[in-house]
Ligand binder design. Structure first.
Ligand code: EPZ
Length: 418
């Protein structure tokens, strides 16, 4: 069994370059198949979810190669439009291939993405929105079959600014006949990055970053080379880790403007921040301060993906904090593991009340999903003594090389197999 062994309790010291964004790379890899040609991607994170996505693209008939740090994908010939069951089940984000497969192949077959630890994660908003553009769905033994013989632009309004549903609409609308107006679109930076990528390929998406997108379908796209933006959630994880463990770190390439809300919370916690042309320098001496009440919310609010790392950091704070999770209905599962380290957290419905404790203690821990696993790594770096974190593969789904990053921040960490 693989696990991380972390000897915690020392302040962080060092610098780390923030990797490319997982949640930008995945929809961009889906968008690549809209074009009958070659795309070159730079700064694509080498994470498990990207490996899965590239296997799916190869199953479709794409030619994929890493040329040093550049990912080269030739999608000239697509022979298949079925997402293999094994990947569909493993990786929920394979659902965002629906829009690009329908745009390119006019049909698709994907397995219903299972729910996961953090919630049921239905896809009703995706299906209703794509039906507005002409898609027809049927449930078959092999999974969800979709056909869209002639995608047509339409007025679409999302009841909730779903990131994935927004991405699927953008992907299908990019090659549809006419114009699509998408109201209540998600405004996350990863959506802006997808729109930027599509426009680089010759697409026409306007309003990126606002809740109203105007997508004008084009006949075809062209070859492009594109550099993927840094990962704001990875940067936020290391910022919160510095708050919890103390010390001083430099996070190179951290996307400052996308972390506005997180930086305000860190200020409330008493964390010093200086930003320069190379990134952001974070320092914290002693225990951080608690925060009154915070709710996760769609961008530009506090990101749900940093909620678990925030709980871990607040566990070491002075005083009592309250965090409300409003995006996923089951995203407090990690609390049980944090309490086994001596944290004092109680759940009241969608609210977690965190009573900061003078210290956390290392112990054996189990990750059950990506961001909860990252929260355990954060707590282990701050805790006194040694922690062993099992099910490390969940963390590797989103963190390119957390061992390398932690070591460059001065954390004593090893990857071991028992
Ligand atoms: C994306 O997931 C991200 N994943 C998630 O990051 C992130 O937490 C989430 O957006 C919110 O920001 C990727 O980008 C690959 P949603 P997505 O559709 O698209 C409900 C990580 O750790 N909903 O905005 O699945 C849903 O159940 C991951 O990197 C419906 O009810 O998120 C949830 O409660 C975790 N019906 C809420 O909306 C639908 O059809 C937000 O979901 C779709 C969603």
């Amino acid at each position: 069994m693989e696990y991380l062994e972390i000897k915690g309790g020392n302040p962080l010291k060092g610098e780390v370059r923030i990797q490319g964004s997982k949640n930008a790379a995945l929809p961009i890899l889906s968008a690549v198949i809209l074009h009958r040609g070659t795309t070159v991607l730079r700064n694509c994170p080498k994470i498990i979810d990207v490996v899965y996505m590239l296997e799916i693209l190869k199953d479709f008939g794409c030619r994929v190669s890493w040329e040093k740090e550049e990912l080269v994908i030739d999608a000239s010939k697509l022979l298949d439009c079925q997402v293999a069951e094994c990947y569909g089940r493993q990786m929920r984000s394979s659902i965002m291939l629906l829009g690009s497969l329908l745009g390119r192949m006019k049909e698709a077959c994907v397995s219903y993405p299972g729910g996961c630890v953090i919630g049921a994660r239905p896809i009703d908003l995706h299906l209703a929105a794509l039906e507005r553009l002409g898609a027809v769905f049927t449930e078959e033994p092999a999974g969800l079959k979709a056909v869209c013989r002639q995608p047509v632009g339409a007025a679409v309004s999302l009841p909730f600014p779903s990131v994935g549903a927004t991405e699927n609409v953008i992907l299908l609308a990019s090659l549809a006949e006419g114009t699509t107006i998408l109201e209540n679109a998600a405004r996350e930076p990863e959506i802006v990055e997808l729109c930027r990528f599509l426009n680089c390929m010759g697409g026409s998406v306007r309003g990126a970053g606002t809740s109203r997108l105007v997508i004008t379908g084009v006949k075809e796209l062209h070859d492009t080379e594109f550099t993927i933006m840094p990962d704001r959630i990875v940067a936020g994880t290391y910022m919160l880790m510095t708050a919890a463990a103390g010390g001083e770190v430099l996070l190179r390439d951290a996307p400052l403007e996308q972390l506005e809300c997180v930086r305000r919370v860190l200020e409330q916690m008493g964390v010093k921040q200086e930003h320069g042309e190379h990134g952001i320098r974070i320092s914290c001496g002693g225990r951080p301060r608690c925060i009154e009440e915070l709710s996760t919310s769609p961008y530009p609010g506090f990101p749900t993906d940093l909620q678990s790392p925030l709980l871990a950091a607040l566990s070491a704070a002075r005083g009592s904090s309250c965090v409300r999770e409003t995006i996923f209905e089951a995203r407090f599962k990690i609390v049980e593991e944090l309490c086994r380290m001596g944290a004092d957290i109680r759940i009241e419905g969608e609210k977690a009340v965190i009573q900061g404790v003078p210290r956390l203690y290392g112990t054996d821990l189990t990750a059950r999903e990506l961001r909860g696993g990252a929260a355990l790594v954060l707590a282990a770096a701050a805790a006194e003594g040694t922690s062993r974190i099992y099910q490390y593969h969940y963390i590797a789904r989103g963190y390119e090389n957390i061992i390398r990053d932690l070591q460059s921040l001065g954390v004593v960490v090893r990857y071991l197999r028992s």
